[in-house]
Design a protein. Structure first.
Length: 322
């Protein structure tokens, strides 16, 4: 029912599974679900090898059909709890991708790598491809770890990463804790944070402040491979453009009080030059492709990090996590 090949012969990801042109549109989704259900082990082996599988030219036309295909891969899907970017829930467990303005470029990251639990897989579906740009760069985190300066890696491994999240109670910069945890019940939020070993406190304006120390490098639970797995550079103020950083200082605001902040686990500051080296390596290693309508991209969220390029024109990419 499809052809399989590497999208780019010189790259290890993604593996492209492309529907035959003569497949009947009405049968395509049901046939795909049936094939996935019967071949989960094969699909898993492809994800372990390549980290990313791109389904193309299958007649996935609605968020509901997208969710049905995703559940064929892995039935238990997740809510976007503790997520740090603005999204809208579309249906069931399907969300929009990050809703930052189109001029923003998001660096590559593993989804929820700062949290005590994260999705093993993440799925992207292209409902409306952008007129220009808007690709979702992907990068193999095994290769990132292999190519990073060993001394830099050792520092991150030994000192870990400290993530600070400052969430307002309904009005302020960044996300609210209600949106972040999809509830307005403080007791439920506290139970979640305690279970994850997260330090937290409430302020007198109903804001929530959390601190958690996480590994910078982890071991893949299936392959045993070590992978670069963190969002140290993405949560650090050096990700901001110089104009915004100057504006923050002019307001007398401490960078530690921004919605996100990172340091080493012992509280020591991260070296911005080292963070820039990490960013440069990831950009060099990342693979991008133009979205086509109905594309479905499946990622092993530990092996592969993803980002977003700036774009022009309407763009609608949906996301599900398992």
């Amino acid at each position: 029912m499809f052809r399989s090949r590497l999208l780019y012969p010189e790259k290890s990801l993604p593996l492209l599974l492309e529907a035959e042109e003569n497949s009947h549109a009405g049968e395509s989704v049901s046939s795909l679900i049936e094939w996935i259900s019967s071949n989960r082990e094969l699909l898993e082996s492809w994800l372990i090898k390549h980290g990313a599988v791109l389904f193309r030219n299958f007649a996935i036309d609605t968020p509901e059909e997208f969710e049905a295909v995703v559940r064929a891969v892995q039935p238990a899907l997740l809510n976007y709890i503790e997520g740090d970017s603005p999204r809208t829930k579309i249906t069931g467990k399907v969300y929009t991708s990050t809703e930052y303005p189109e001029t923003y470029q998001l660096s590559c990251h593993n989804e929820l790598s700062y949290a005590h639990k994260w999705p093993s897989k993440i799925f992207f579906y292209c409902a409306v491809p952008p007129a220009q740009g808007g690709e979702t760069p992907i990068v193999d985190c095994r290769e990132v770890l292999k190519d990073l300066d060993p001394q830099l890696c050792d520092r991150f491994i030994s000192r870990k990463v400290r993530y600070v999240n400052n969430l307002h109670g309904g009005e302020g910069l960044g996300r609210s804790w209600q949106d972040t945890f999809e509830t307005d019940d403080k007791a439920r939020v506290e139970d979640y944070l305690v279970a994850g070993g997260v330090d937290f406190n409430w302020d007198d304006r109903n804001g929530l402040h959390t601190t958690q120390i996480r590994e910078a490098v982890i071991t893949h639970p299936v392959t045993g491979e070590r992978v670069w797995f963190n969002q140290a550079e993405q949560w650090h103020p050096s990700i901001l453009d110089p104009k915004n950083r100057r504006a923050i200082k002019a307001l007398g605001m401490k960078e530690e009080d921004l919605p996100h902040y990172t340091s080493f686990g012992d509280g020591g500051p991260l070296d911005e030059q080292e963070l820039n080296k990490i960013r440069a390596l990831v950009r060099q290693r990342a693979v991008s492709f133009p979205w086509q309508q109905r594309d479905l991209l499946v990622l092993d969220n530990v092996l592969v990090a993803h980002g977003r390029n700036s774009f022009k024109g309407p763009r609608k990419i949906l996301v599900a996590m398992a």
